[in-house]
Write a protein that binds this ligand. Structure first.
Ligand code: F6R
Length: 598
């Protein structure tokens, strides 16, 4: 986890560039922040969010023509000042920022301590500046000292280092994201493009094993044999405005409201409504798989549950697995199995590990991701992009909706058959307008007054709406810090019903009026009999809105599209609940957007 940033080649605004870059990387962690500037090495760092560092910067007014910065999500050592990056060697000659985990740090630390080096933090990172400093003390030049140090590291890292007096930034990538921004006269480095997109949209996505030397004249990329390599520069399509809040109080609310656009982008050019066909050119040569295994975490896992459920409906055996469990107890698979990793960031360590495990067993892998050129996209045999645009709020919203649409596109592309897809296409094409109508008229905010004092919140649904119930509960707990649980509606009576009281509102997702809906109505009555207020999220087809205490209506649509709409209502409830409770919605405690540790 963590975010790193670097800038070289600018004259007098390096501090602002680094601080702005860190602001846009805070979604990667916000336990502490820090910057280091050169050529006269200065390090400023502080525990807490970026505002705490801003005070330190304002008090010290540092200057520099280049520098590196870091925002931390703690892994080794608590979130204190002493563990904040950048870390330095004992003489303050070398400063290093790092995202990832150095797995052999304990061994390296013992070796350094045996040689008399004193450590001043609890982090794994601190071995790096000490190792570089040792090689410099041996008389080795700075670049060689950096390479030799990186050669000794095991684990995952995106690292950037500066050395007193050397007008250069050295960086390396292994298992954690690192991109280079190519400006006219400046070079930037960051964990993610939004950190420098206001300065340049020209980007190099580094490969694992690659290293960079950047100075005022430009940059050189090396492979792990220290040989310069040719790299391609890509131009990202989004702008700095798209990564700002555009007048919304929170990124999460902005991203909820961006869903009509995100869904349009995801669907655009991938279906022919007249012909009734769906085509995803990225995967059109994949034959129909014997089976599909989805691997994913958190919200993306809920999308995977939905994806597996709709694939099973088309007759393809499909299961969703939690990526963090998959590689440790891999399910059997035949060579005709397709393993699909659903990952917004494309960088989630658990999901990457599961995909790598599948690949090592010889099957085809596919990444369904939002992040172009992410590790998942590059490592898998195929990548399908959900095109939701940048998502900054830690709580996934628009990417989940786009994942559900992406699952439909994928399912229909993978399954051979002559079914008339026109009704499905019509409903998916109508989603942007349907979502917009919910955004314009939702009663979710008005429920908060009545329910903000509840003991807990429960969410139930059946079929594909189990994924909606689980996602509704995850969103609620992660941003409001209130206890929330999601269940398949039929499971309530097998245990969770014991938790139900008049102070535990139950959100019941009831779509259509089929047998599942009827059974869910029965479950509504069961919880009402225990005094719990029920909020039905429904299209009005069944009697749910008559039975429930409150209703969040969604437009009528297909069974496949309805979960997207139901989820938007639940997103809005969780958002307004968290807002009412004064929670830091975009940066919930203990969480980070991109989870690059297992
Ligand atoms: C919750 C949330 C997380 C992520 C999970 C996987 O709102 O965002 O549960 O869904 O960490 O992340 P990705 O999709 O990047 O693999």
């Amino acid at each position: 986890m963590c975010g790193i940033v670097g800038s070289i080649g600018r004259s007098d605004d390096t501090v602002d560039v680094l601080m702005d870059g860190l602001r846009s990387l805070e979604y990667r962690g916000y336990d502490s922040t820090g910057i280091a500037l050169g050529p006269k090495l200065q390090v400023l760092r502080k525990s807490g969010e970026l505002d705490a560092l801003t005070e330190v910067v304002n008090a010290n007014e540092p200057t520099g023509t280049y520098g590196i910065g870091h925002t931390r999500w703690s892994t080794h050592g608590p979130p204190t000042d002493r563990n904040a990056h950048p870390h330095t060697d004992e003489n303050g000659r070398v400063a290093v920022v790092h995202n990832g985990i150095i797995e052999n740090y304990a061994e390296l630390k013992s070796e350094l301590e045996a040689q008399g080096v004193t450590f001043s933090s609890d982090t794994d990172t601190e071995v790096v500046p000490h190792l570089i400093a040792q090689r410099l003390a041996d008389g080795v030049d700075a670049e060689t000292a950096f390479h030799e140090t990186v050669d000794r590291l095991d684990g995952s890292y995106a690292i950037a280092a500066i050395i007193d007096g050397e007008e250069t930034i050295y960086a390396a990538r292994q298992g954690s994201p690192l991109v280079v921004g190519v400006g006219d006269t400046c070079t930037y480095l960051a964990s993610d493009v939004p950190a420098f997109v206001e300065h340049t949209r020209d980007v190099i996505y580094l490969e694992d094993g690659q290293r960079v030397r950047a100075d005022a004249d430009g940059y050189t990329v090396f492979d792990d044999d220290r040989e310069p390599v040719e790299v391609s520069i890509e131009t990202v399509s989004y702008t700095a405005e798209e990564t700002g809040k555009s007048g919304y109080d929170h990124y999460m609310l902005k991203e909820i409201h961006e869903q009509p656009t995100a869904l349009r982008q995801c669907f655009s050019g991938r279906a022919d409504a007249l012909e009734g066909t769906i085509s995803l050119e990225e995967v059109d040569e994949i034959p129909q798989p014997d089976a599909v295994q989805f691997v994913a975490c958190g919200t993306s896992y809920h999308a995977a549950l939905y994806g597996a459920s709709i694939l099973r409906e088309t007759g393809v055996p499909a299961e969703a697995y939690l990526a963090s469990e998959y590689a440790l107890s891999p399910p059997p698979l035949s060579l005709g199995t397709l393993v699909v990793g659903i990952t917004q960031s494309g960088e989630t360590a658990d999901t990457l590990a599961a995909l790598r495990d599948a690949q090592s067993r010889g099957v085809t892998t596919l990444a369904l991701t939002n992040t172009v050129n992410s590790t998942a996209a590059r490592e898998c045999d195929h990548a399908v992009y959900i095109r939701a645009g940048p998502e900054i709020g830690v709580a996934a919203t628009k990417t989940f909706s786009s994942q559900l649409v992406g699952c439909n596109l994928l399912a229909e592309e993978l399954v051979d058959g002559q079914r008339d897809l026109r009704p499905l296409i019509e409903s998916l094409r109508g989603l942007p307008d349907d979502v917009q109508s919910i955004l314009d008229s939702s009663a979710a905010e008005s429920l908060v007054d009545d329910y903000a004092d509840s003991d807990a919140y429960f969410f139930i649904g059946r079929g594909t709406n189990v994924a909606v119930a689980l996602e509704g509960a995850l969103k609620c707990k992660e941003i409001s810090y209130e206890h929330a649980e999601g269940f398949p509606a039929g499971e309530l009576k097998h245990g969770p019903l014991a938790l139900v009281t008049p102070d535990t509102p139950v959100f019941a997702v009831v779509i259509g009026d089929d047998e599942r809906a009827q059974k869910t109505l029965g479950n509504i009555k069961e919880v009402q009999a225990r005094g719990a207020p029920v909020i039905a999220v429904t299209d009005g087809e069944s009697a749910a809105d008559e039975i429930a205490d409150e209703t969040l209506m969604i437009p009528e649509t297909s069974e496949r599209a309805a979960p997207v709409l139901a989820n938007v209502q639940l997103q809005l409830f969780s958002y307004h609940l968290a807002d009412e409770l004064g929670r830091p919605i975009d940066k919930p405690r203990n969480l980070a957007k991109s989870v690059t540790v297992e």
